[in-house]
Design a protein around this ligand. Sequence first.
Ligand code: KG4
Ligand code: ZN
Length: 349
Amino acid sequence: MREVELPPMLVLGFESSCDETGVALYDRERGLVAHALHSQVAMHQEYGGVVPELASRDHVRRVIPLLRKVLDDSGCTFADIGAVAYTQGPGLAGALLVGAAFAESLATSLGVPTVPVHHLEGHLLSPLLSSSPPQFPFVALLVSGGHTQLMRVSGVGEYQLLGETLDDAAGEAFDKTAKLLGLAYPGGPALSALAEQGRPDAVSLPRPMLNSGDLMFSFSGLKTAVLTQVRALEGDGQVLTPQNRADIARGFQDAIVDVLVKKSLRALKDSGLSALVVAGGVGANRELRRQLNARAERRGFSVYYPELEFCTDNGAMIALAGALRLAQGASAKPAGSFAVRPRWPLAEI
Ligand code: KG4
Ligand code: ZN
């Protein structure tokens, strides 16, 4: 990381953009002090996906108990907090509003500034929470439920988009395909577990845009290809066997991982950089990690992942991004007025 002279400051961070409520305290000198998370997965499961209104209401219920836990665990008090960071977007409008309104109110009562944070910047910077963090500059592969992007990250706030998906994000493709195979929400982890039982090459699926000559992705065709496979197998009224489903999951995962790995290698080559950071929920995928680690060893580049608990949404990455932004002296604002940004391209920050 770049050397910066940092005044000590404890930053409280809130994440509430989707279906996880996250609260964390990050100290510029000591690093992550405490964090707490509540996942709404169990609540949304019976609906097969996130129900936005339920998500907002649950954030309201969880945020204060999580904050209490973080303060108790850390031994800090409100008086120690120097600034409050929160996810301003992108995400579900109602869910974002809960976190933003709470963070702004708390900061107003404490008389400290707020730092609105871009959710994807949180993901991009999350590997810096680990004990051996990457150095700038690096290539970041951002693979979450809503985004698939390759970025050149030259420093905090210095992000250049190299390529992105034209349609479905990688996580979205995992989730939709999982649904097709009858797996519970959220489908990514379940599909990836099922794929471990699948046989290699039993089901071969297309690698969309693998040879497009650029760093763009397209994943919506993959779920159609899976549907075609399912229909072909079910053609004469047969029910898919567990092995059929596992083979399809394997074929799907192999296709998506192949594209993500090859495009990441291309981004490293084109940019001349030798460090790759993988961030976002799909970064938890074991096969993706296996493949990237193998290539890194062979080709001599370094690959960094956030700790597993910081791959998916969490408050720690927001507190960290807030603290790093504050260190630049730019993004803090007086607490009070705010607006959330449900749609907010990272390039606009
Ligand atoms: O970053 P994230 O928590 O939320 C967004 O900002 O979107 O990513 C969630 C996405 C979901 O689509 C989920 O299915 C996917 O990450 N995911 C995985 C795995 N764990 C989470 N996809 C594939 N394999 C996994 N192990
Ligand atoms: Zn996320």
